[in-house]
Design a protein around this ligand. Structure first.
Ligand code: ADP
Ligand code: MG
Length: 150
């Protein structure tokens, strides 16, 4: 299943993230693809809100992973700096924990990600306009998209 959503501001992107966060279940994985400045971290801020996380989510670029506690834990990865390194990050243990894993730049740790995940591709249309293409890989993600009301 594939859904396309256009947002016209950072706030609308956070709103979309909030809805996704509310629908997230333990052990789910969301991958976020898109250029620098596309809105991956902004969407994650909304997702965190949907998990009742009160702390402000900031880019984990230099730390690779940040963990936040809410209704469910959020494991927020940014694999940008791992390009070509093929590191073992203890990543699998994390995905198996009772949290939601959100990964920016998933292509750099592709081999660590399983077959089932929600793929989110962000396209820059204009200065404040973004297109989100949400694709389900696996039944539980299809169900999630089925429950998403835009
Ligand atoms: P990334 O993590 O993909 O590099 P960020 O979320 O850190 O991107 O940054 C997105 C930037 O784009 C922010 O400066 C934000 O204010 C701006 N922006 C403008 N319009 C939008 C929109 N519709 N959705 C998300 N961000 C937007
Ligand atoms: Mg980012």
């Amino acid at each position: 299943m594939e859904i396309k959503v256009i947002t016209k501001s950072k706030e609308q992107t956070k709103e979309l993230g909030l809805k996704l966060g509310k629908l997230a279940k333990p052990q789910m994985v969301f991958t976020l693809t898109g250029d620098l400045g596309a809105g991956k971290t902004t969407l994650t801020q909304g997702i965190a809100k949907g998990l009742n996380i009160e702390k402000t989510v900031s880019s984990p670029t230099f730390t690779i992973c940040k963990i936040y506690h809410g209704r469910m834990d959020l494991f927020h990865f940014d694999a940008y700096r791992l390009e070509g390194l093929h590191q073992d990050l203890g990543f699998e243990e994390m995905i198996q924990g009772d949290g939601l894993t959100v990964i920016e730049w998933p292509m750099y740790i592709e081999e660590l990600i399983g077959d089932e995940y929600l793929e989110i591709e962000i396209r820059l249309l204009d200065e404040d306009e973004r297109e989100f293409v949400l694709k389900s890989n696996g039944k539980q993600y299809e169900e999630l998209l089925g429950e998403l009301t835009i």
